[in-house]
Each structure stands twice: as structure tokens, then as C-alpha cells.
Ligand binder design. Sequence first.
Ligand code: CTP
Length: 474
Amino acid sequence: MNSLFVLFAAVIPGAAAERWPLRAILARAVASPVRGGQLARGGFCYYRADMQSLTNKRILVGVTGSIAAYKAAELIRGLRDAGAEVRVAMTRGASEFITPMTLQALSGHPVHQKLLDTQAEAGMSHIELSRWADCVLVAPASADFIARLAQGRADDLLSAVCLARDVPLALAPAMNRQMWADAATEKNVRTLQQRGVLMFGPAAGEQACGEVGPGRMEEPAELMRRVAEVFETGLLAGKTVLITAGPTREAVDPVRYIGNRSSGKMGYALCAAAVEAGARVILVSGPSTLATPERVERIDVESAEQMLAAVLEHMDGVDIFIGAAAVADYRPRQSERHKIKKDQAHLTLELERTPDILATVKSRRPRVFCVGFAAETANLDAHARRKLEDKGIDMVAANWVGPAAPDTGGGFDSDTNALRLYWADGELDLPVASKDRLARQLVASIAQRYERRPPGRRQHHNIVELRGGTPRKT
Ligand code: CTP
């Protein structure tokens, strides 16, 4: 897809100062049963093996004033062990129960505490913090915090972040059983649930005050499992998705090739997102140093020709094909058998077109839902719509590259991007975000378009939009 030819190639300090000593948490965690999962990092934290969907997720953990605040330490450590990036926002009440220093050490980031603090806002404001997160989990969530959230208050950092977010929000309530049973709390919880807020718990049992009943915060391992579930949308359950990713290399001679600057990040992020959506995922990858996402079948290739052959070989049973690879448009007409010597003042390479993988798949398998990419330096709309028609595909995901994309990192090898999606009778903007988040949004859009294909090729499921842009299959 390019004309850009390139030739050739825990330590935990300050724990002793804690009101809830880390040693006690450690002892408790080690004593806890392993719940069908595995022990991580010398047995500090246990988590189930089905938590891959936490990998690379950005979780904002909110901590409010409750005796259960000490459990946030174990939760944060567990989330990080499972591969998530964690930031912490705590209320003033929370710092009466656990110090910010502990949570900073465990999360690896400064703890966010104040709204409109000039220094904090200059670093990561409440808006940036809410845009950073893939999911907000408030654990523990006190009765007072739940009440404030139900009222839509934004008078401290955590409540402002919750109000400003556009991602899933989950609360792990923790309070006395009578407070939980009170009609006011009940109404607040119902109000929040109607707005799409998720309630993780509370659990029932012996409480810190000595009473017994519902109101205990769920255990960290259970909270982790529930957060992992948030990302497991099931939108593509039962579907097989084949994705191409990375660049191709077109041999000039045994040591040189024509290649391009694609890193494969977007294609690999799409693989992970499709797995989370419940699909079986086959990846046909050009040369890339990226690790294969969990539960993905990967086939490595070098050239466009090899990529086409591998794709066609694995097309049986495929429902959705996503061409995220930066396939070279041209290759040398002839690849030299021996290394070319520099004995000429000028060298002319004659190039010929490579096969168009997307167009070939669509023409041979018209029932497969095909998605292509378009990286453009000008006239994004016109070029994207032309590709949609020329290749006869179902959706194009277009982005700016080069100088035209200063805010998105230029597309290639960047961790962020922005996309505009086009299909026959519509389009959708996906603003600048991490490639992981964009991949999830793109997969959700693909699932929606796939379900709305013309009758006869459609399967019947309802898709509902939840707040937080996380559609789920019902
Ligand atoms: N693609 C493909 N096979 C090729 C070339 C591209 O399958 N031989 C796919 C890419 O994976 C991507 C899309 O087609 O999904 C890109 O379309 P393409 O027409 O190659 O884009 P450009 O190279 O940008 O085209 P042009 O230079 O004509 O704008």
C-alpha cells in the first residue's frame, strides 16, 4: 500500500509507614486460595489464566474512604501482574485509610488526588485522565461516593473523572450492611445502573464493624475477573477472522529488498481485539518484531505473493477478512540470484505490480466481510471511497500519514492513530487514541456492520450501545 520504498534493508518503598502494612497484605494474599488460575511474581498475587484481556489495558483505579481501601493495594498489584497499566485517583477520605505513597509504589505512577491543582492539571488533568483510561474501577466505592456519583457531582477529582469519562465505569461497593440496605443507597445504585454503571458486588460476610451481611468489597481476584470480562464483549463469538499485518518485503537480490515502514502494531492490536470479541483469529504477518497476541494462530510470510498464498490457504470458514498489512504495491520484475555489485554508476530496477490481496479475496469469496485500510497524505475521503468501490470491499479504515498527521504520530510505528471508517452508506470518525483502543472500536464497528449485512447473509443478534462505547451482543 505504499509508494515509500525503502531499499535494504518491585521494589515497594515506604511500605513500613503504612497503616495497613504490606506484610499483612502479602501474608493474606499468599494464604489466599488459588482460584483455578496461576500464581504470579513469587506468589504475591494470584489470578486466573483467563485474564489475557487485561494485557495492555489502561485501568484507572479509584479509591474512596472505606476500611476496604487496603484491598486496593492487592488489586493494583494484581492488575499490573496481569499486564494492565494502572493509574490511581483517590479521594481525601481514602488517604485516611491508605497512603498515596503505597499506591504510587504499586501502580508505578504518581497518585492523582486533587481537582484543579495547577501542577497536577498541567501533567494529566481530570479530562486527560478520563481519556487515558480504557476502564474506570472504583474500589472500594463508599456509600457517600455512590451518592455523589448518582447526583452527577464533580466536586473532587475522582467524581469529575467519572463524569467526564467515555469508557466503562465499574464500582465495587464497600459499606456497612445497613448502609447498603438503606433505601437511599438502593435508589442511588439503581440510578447508576440505569446509566450503564457496572456494580461489582458487594459480597456478603463478616464486616469490619463486626456485623454480618452484604456490604463487603469483592475480593481483588474477583474484581480483576470482572474487569477482564468488561473487555470480553462477545461481539464476534463464533466468528473466524483472518487478519494480515505488518509490511511485506519484495526481494531485489538475496540480501536486499523493497519494504516499507509499517510496524504491524495496528494489525496486531486488531488481532487482540478480535480475540477479546470472542473470534477465532488467524494472523498472516509480514516481518515484525511484535509478540503474537494470546490465542492467535500466526503464519509468517515475507512477500506479497506469499501473503496472498497463505491467506487463500486459510480462507475456509473465514467470516471476516481484515487487510491491515502494508502490502508493497510493486516488486522487482526480477529478483537477482546473486548479490548485485556496485560496478555501475546507475542502477535501474524494473518493478511490476504485486497481486492485490484484498481484491482477490473479495472476488473469490464475496460472502466474506472484507475490511481494508487506506493511508493517505491528501484527499482522504475521495481516496477511501474509491478504494471501497474499486476493491468491492465492505469497509475502509482510513488514516492520515506523514506531515498530514502531526497529531496522530504519522501512522507508521506510532502507538496512537485516528481513523475514519467508510462503508457504502455511512462513515464514522474514531478520534486520536491508542492503537489498542482504536482496534477495539474498529472491531466493534466491524461487528455492527457485519450484523447489518443484506438479508440472506445476516445472522440475528441484537447489538446495544452501552455508555462507554462498548457495544455488547444480547
Ligand atoms: N492491499 C492488498 N494487496 C496489495 C496492496 C494493498 O491487500 N497488493 C490492501 C492493504 O492491506 C490495505 C489496502 O489494500 O488494506 C490498501 O489499499 P491500496 O490500494 O494498496 O492503498 P495504497 O497503496 O495507498 O493505494 P494507492 O497508492 O493507489 O493510493
